[in-house]
Ligand binder design. Structure first.
Ligand code: GLC
Length: 732
């Protein structure tokens, strides 16, 4: 190589080395960020500070043009980046470059019981948000599943605070490593949609701290989430979005949250409370988050002119707005004013692969008589695929989490792709129309004819797959309303009974985000819970139905046999849904399996339950010792043996109960789990550690956690109702 070329090469390497170090130097440390914040704050006028604390459009807040401070742009939602919405109304802007990857709903992610896959989820959805130039992604939602009627359960992570806490942290870290802020929501106690914008929740402090807050606390203290969304409802008569106890004491003081509190869209109701009780960014006032809008009302927002007036009068000190602006600037230095962020990526194969993998690991096999599943993809058989959910798009609808997916493989398409040798015949079977409560059915649908066709098709098939469940219509799995009955809608139960009369070889595949009643469960051969799976739905279902993927999902919430077996529905209307003003969480800490196990009310399917195509045995279960003291780790070890014919993943679950306690306790509570791959014929050992301090209960008499001494029982198994061994230990 000529000397001149060598010199050029050396120069290029030096330049690259300089820039690389320089950019790394730009990765602002928290100390550098705080210094920058203080210097910027000193340059801002009062008007500019106040402007940053409230919306300028549906999904953005203003920056400070003269200082080069950018606007902050936000977008829904937890399952993917929502289509672009108009500046000042809820209409879609109709762009052609906002198609995205639709990832599975968070109930599916929770059902994987796999924290590493939650990280992959967060990274992927964060890359798409970055590419769409969003600074804040308005998700994940972690409200606890208290009633099977809540319209938004599909967006959340189930009934157990430990599962939700464990799964939400890696999702947040994945999103935020892209330089996009996650916004954990809806803080707090937004556990139903009916009367959501005003109902006042009364709940014991013990249940608040043990059940409803842990996932938010984990998001803040372990996930280091950069923003959090206040909820619509009230807590003890004060709106949660500006609630003195939830925001000032618990979130910002006890948990030392250093990020931004963003209101829900229309959840702000009072200037003084918003100013003094923790709200930092007011969004969507004049709307209920789904409809209505007050045109260009931004100067009339509670944290706009009224706030400015109080600051100028001295009714509120300037330090109050300074704290809000510091938090907002900190969010900006972490996102749109950070120099280390990527450009993001969108609609690539990797994201589709991640969506398909999450879906495949989240699908839950609930019943599988005589190995109905898997169905051999090479056999020349006739498969009847019946049900509207085999073809209906389920990435649209459902409220703010709806998506404009570039791809959405339906179950029918997915199965046609995979079963090349089979004859597949399809019948819609039933029609949901806009909503069965509007009694409007799509004009083309003659319900009786649909039913007749479905029975005809079923009678000709070797095997019937019924794709039913719920959908994203209003009053189904949809924001802004709750379901009005526990059973399957649109006449599905009767249709399933009719189909069974002509073909007993029928499996039911439920596409939903909530538990449903199953009067036909003893008569069908198999039941599979497949969630809302997004872009790769049909392919992921075909993966599991064909046996390409061995199902390993576990239920993140209980399926009660009947609605009144559920805790919230056991205490009359003041418990659920309340009297439209107030409701009382009378079940206290006994939510979900905590209720079923403690009250000995057998569920139809239990929390943590899920079958595999293979068989696992859990043995050699033990702990290193029997006596522990505080701060110690209890390490539970076990051997998982795969005695069947498929490689597979199993989830070893550790529950703990207190044998005798001075307070009411749940019989058992999930305190640890681990998902492990075990090849057929092989065994693997797992070790799951639990910190003794996590066995404390929240003691209202001392307003703090209390670790009781004495005996405890450790339950080790693969479902809340399937325990292989109980180990007695004691805490000194
Ligand atoms: C909605 C939802 C919230 C969403 C926001 C913006 O009302 O409650 O989850 O992020 O408004 O669409």
């Amino acid at each position: 190589m000529k000397n001149s070329k060598k010199i050029c090469l050396v120069v290029v390497c030096c330049v690259l080395f300089f820039f690389k170090n320089n950019i790394q130097a730009q990765q602002f440390s928290e100390i550098q960020i705080n210094a920058k914040i203080d210097s910027v704050l000193s340059l801002l006028t009062l008007e500019e500070k106040v402007a940053m604390c409230h919306a300028q459009s549906k999904f953005s807040t203003p920056g400070v043009g003269r200082l080069g401070i950018p606007e902050v742009w936000m977008s829904d939602g937890p399952h993917g980046v929502r289509g672009e919405i108009n500046w000042d109304d809820w209409g879609y802007a109709g762009w052609t470059n906002d198609y995205i990857t639709a990832f599975p709903a968070l109930t599916c992610l929770a059902a994987t019981f796999n924290p590493s896959i939650a990280k992959a989820y967060g990274i992927s959805v964060g890359e798409e948000a970055k590419y769409r130039e969003k600074d804040v992604l308005l998700g994940p939602g972690v409200n606890i599943y208290r009633t099977p009627l809540n319209g938004r359960n599909f967006e959340y992570m189930g009934e157990d605070p430990f599962l939700a806490s464990t799964m939400v942290v890696p999702y947040i870290k994945g999103v935020q490593q892209n330089g996009v802020a996650a916004c954990v929501k809806h803080y707090a106690l937004n556990n139903q949609e009916l009367w959501r914008d005003h109902i006042s929740v009364e709940v014991s402090e013990r249940a608040l701290y043990e059940i409803y807050l842990p996932a938010f606390k984990a998001a803040v203290q372990q996930g280091h989430v950069w923003s959090i969304m206040g909820a619509y409802n009230q807590f003890r008569g004060q709106h949660t979005t500006h609630n003195e106890m939830l925001m000032n004491k618990i979130l910002k003081e006890d948990w030392a949250f250093d990020g931004v509190v963003i209101s829900d869209w229309g959840s702000t109701h009072n200037t003084k409370e918003a100013a003094l009780y923790g709200l930092d960014m007011e969004m969507g006032t004049g709307t209920d988050g789904l409809t209505t809008s007050t045109q260009n009302a931004y100067d009339f927002y509670y944290l706009a002119n009224p706030f400015l007036k109080m600051l100028k009068e001295g009714t509120i000190e300037e330090a109050v707005v300074d704290d809000k602006v510091r938090r907002i600037l900190r969010l900006m230095y972490r996102t749109n004013m950070s120099n280390n962020s990527s450009f993001g990526r969108i609609n690539n194969q990797e994201h589709l692969d991640v969506a398909r993998k999450i879906a495949g690991e989240g699908i839950v096999l609930l019943k599988n008589k005589n190995s109905f599943f898997p169905i051999n993809p090479n056999k020349e058989i006739t498969i009847a695929i019946i049900g509207e959910n085999a073809t209906k798009s389920l990435t649209v609808g459902g409220g703010s989490s709806e998506l404009k997916a570039k791809n959405e493989i339906s179950p029918l398409e997915g199965l046609k792709n995979r079963y090349k040798n089979a004859t597949i015949i399809h019948a819609k079977g039933y029609a949901s129309g806009p909503s069965q409560y509007d009694r409007v059915v799509e004009p083309t649908d003659d319900l009786e004819n649909l039913k007749k066709e479905a029975i005809e098709v079923a009678s000709k098939a070797d095997v019937v797959l019924f794709f039913g469940g719920l959908n994203k219509n209003h009053l189904q799995d949809c924001e802004g309303g709750d379901r009005q009955s526990f059973g399957l809608p649109f006449g599905q139960d009767e249709l399933i009974d009719e189909i069974l009369k002509v073909n007993a070889n029928t499996g039911v595949i439920l596409v939903s985000g909530n538990a449903v009643e199953m009067p036909w469960v003893d008569n069908v051969s198999a039941v599979m819970q497949t969630w809302y799976l997004g872009s790769e739905a049909g392919n992921a279902m075909a993966d599991v139905i064909s046996g390409d993927v061995n199902p390993s999902g576990k239920l993140p919430f209980s399926f009660p046999k009947k609605l009144t077996d559920n805790a919230a529905h056991s205490f009359g209307e003041m418990s659920y849904p309340g009297d439209s003003i107030t409701q009382y969480y009378k079940e206290g800490i006994l939510v979900g399996y905590r209720w079923h196990e403690t009250k000995k009310i057998k569920p139809l399917f239990a929390f943590g339950e899920g079958l595999s195509y293979t068989n696992f045995e859990i043995s050699n279960i033990g702990t290193a010792k029997k006596t522990y003291s505080k701060d110690e780790e209890i390490v539970v070890s076990a051997t998982v043996s795969n005695t069947g014919n498929f490689d597979g993943l199993e989830v070893v679950q550790i529950y703990v109960g207190k044998s005798k306690s001075k307070v009411e306790r749940a019989l058992k509570e999930l305190k640890g789990f681990k998902k492990i791959m075990v090849k057929k014929g092989e065994s693997e050992t797992v070790e799951i550690s639990i910190n003794v301090n996590d066995l404390a209960f929240y003691d209202e008499t001392i307003s703090d956690w209390n670790l009781e001494k004495g005996g405890y029982v450790i339950y080790v198994g693969n479902a809340s109702n399937n325990i292989s061994k109980e180990i007695k230990i004691s805490i000194q």
